[in-house]
Ligand binder design. Structure first.
Ligand code: GLU
Length: 513
């Protein structure tokens, strides 16, 4: 095993949007492959034609590309084991189903949906907890275990619909090692004779998945915990097909849990709690349902990767910020936890804020400029760069900038009367009028000079700045909080400050006098 080149795969089914849990699976596979100098493969598992959704594969490719975790082999990139779409590999699977039939590890079953339902009803009535098609119940069903060879042949020749089921031993312990979970023991009496192949010529997930992992020389299967119950079946398939020597190592990743820790994070939680659970916006072409994405919410791909990586993995240190290169260097499956990871949306925003602050002011200004223009404002890049430098600390996204910065582009149209009224005293009007005059009479419009002039004025009349600063801010910006008022005034300029101040003071005069 150890001398084989590391090859891992991300194997989504194109059934709709990609849940962030799937993105994390792709990321861990990517990190693992790159750390060990191996290959990261994208395989599209589209054998279930009923669940096929147009556009879903392109969505997956676009999401991986946006995040910068592209595969080296895929339906688009090609590769030595093409094709990478299971529907295009259809012809390859039958031979393996035949091999299992021949070696006695699989059998034909002709039961109709009604007969299967009937079996379940009877077993439920007999108080069987989980009714299964298994080593016991198969003996009373319509299959090549119970029917004569001639009967089976006649049905096949007549084109009767059938499935090929795996024939599990009645009582055997299946034992395998999971890199994250350690040794796993499962008894075959708790397992189903799963369907491997259908008469429409399509394999099911189990057969196609194992056959492709074998043919594509996959060395490690890194996937979500929801596939853990399938693993013992896959282990037996490797054994029965004679591939045990090259069976991949398994690593089943922990679930991503709802923010309150109760159960798996679902798409509906995102809609309900107002955060994205998909990498990109998605509109389901069949149902018309829409799902919002991290990209369109204004997240940086680096922030999404960083935050997703920490959902279930930790570096063993207090470091939280990781570039993709650092993640590749530090990642290991041994440090992935067994326990589910609680989704923390506030933390996701925090990560985006940290990445936002890593961008220079001029980069942020270029990102913000289209939004400035879309809002109908015409300002120089230099002006917008200064605006950005003053508001970026308060924003998690460039999309948030306007909310904090609108007053840099237009004068406020209202002033929060309730907040102003709280601290307003009979003498406040006069103090602020004097302050306005001081600012009108100041020629040097640097922030430092404005601060000095303001302090000198307030000191001369014996007023502490704390008593009037918030009123001053509201009158000039319309907001109760924000960046340094001296920086704000320096950027707005003398004329604008004078005009805004005077207009606002007319308002306060009319309300509070
Ligand atoms: N097609 C499966 C999925 O949709 C793949 C599971 C696996 O990785 O084996 O997730």
């Amino acid at each position: 095993m150890s001398d084989r080149r590391v090859r891992v795969r991300f194997a989504p089914s194109p059934t709709g949007t990609l849940h962030i849990g799937g993105v994390r699976t792709a990321l861990y596979n990517y990190l693992f492959a790159h750390k060990l100098g191996g290959d990261f493969i994208l395989r599209i598992e589209d054998t279930d034609q009923n669940r096929f959704v147009p556009g879903a594969e392109a969505y997956i490719m676009e999401a991986l590309n946006w995040l910068g975790i592209n595969p080296t082999e895929s339906p688009i990139h090609g590769g030595p084991h093409a094709p990478y779409r299971q529907s295009e590999r259809k012809e390859m699977y039958r031979a393996y189903a035949e091999q299992l039939l021949q070696s006695g590890h699989a059998y034909y079953a002709f039961d109709t949906p009604e007969e299967l339902e009937d079996m379940r009803t009877k077993l439920t009535a007999a108080k069987v907890a989980s009714p299964q098609y298994n080593a016991v119940t198969r003996n009373s069903m319509k299959n090549s275990v119970t029917l004569s060879e001639d009967d089976v042949k006649r049905r096949l020749d007549a084109g009767e619909p059938y499935v090929i089921r795996m024939k599990l031993p009645r009582q055997e312990e299946v034992r395998f090692h999971d890199i994250i979970r350690g040794w796993i023991l499962v008894q075959t009496q708790n397992m189903d004779d799963k369907v491997l192949f259908k008469s429409d010529g399509m394999p099911t997930y189990h057969l196609a998945n194992v056959v492709d992992d074998y043919l594509m020389k996959i060395t490690h299967v890194i996937r979500g915990e929801e596939w853990l119950p399938s693993a013992p079946l896959h282990v037996l398939l490797y054994r029965y097909l004679g591939w045990e020597e090259v069976m991949p190592q398994f690593a089943h990743l922990p679930l991503i849990l709802k923010p309150d820790g109760n159960g798996k994070l679902s798409k509906r939680d995102g809609d309900r709690l107002g955060f994205p659970v998909a990498p990109l916006n998605w509109k389901d072409p069949l149902t018309g349902d829409t799902t919002s994405g991290y990209r369109e919410k204004g997240y940086y791909p680096e922030a999404v990767l960083n935050f997703l990586c920490m959902l279930g993995w930790n570096p063993g240190t207090t470091q939280e910020m990781f570039s993709l290169e650092e993640l590749i260097e530090q990642f290991s499956l041994e440090r992935v936890s067994k326990a589910g990871a609680k989704f923390d949306f506030e933390k996701a925003k925090w990560f985006n804020h940290q990445y936002l602050l890593k961008h220079s002011d001029s980069e942020l200004a270029s990102e913000f400029m289209p939004l400035v223009q879309a809002a109908g404002f015409d300002r120089s890049m230099e002006y917008v760069t200064t605006v950005v430098s003053l508001v970026k600390e308060r924003a998690n996204f460039v999309n948030d900038f306007m909310e904090h910065a609108r007053f840099f582009f237009e004068a406020p149209s209202s002033w929060d009367e309730a907040t102003l009224g709280k601290k307003w005293k009979p003498e406040t009007q006069g103090i602020l009028e004097g302050w306005r005059d001081a600012l009108i009479n100041t020629d040097d419009y640097s922030a430092a000079a404005l601060e000095a002039a303001s302090k000198a004025y307030l000191e001369s009349i014996g007023v502490g700045i704390g008593q009037v600063l918030q009123a001053f801010r509201i009158l000039i910006t319309g907001l109760p909080a924000g960046p340094s008022m001296f920086e704000v005034c320096a950027l707005l300029g003398k004329e604008e400050v004078g005009a805004r101040f005077s207009k606002a003071l007319e308002f306060t005069q009319s309300r509070f006098a």
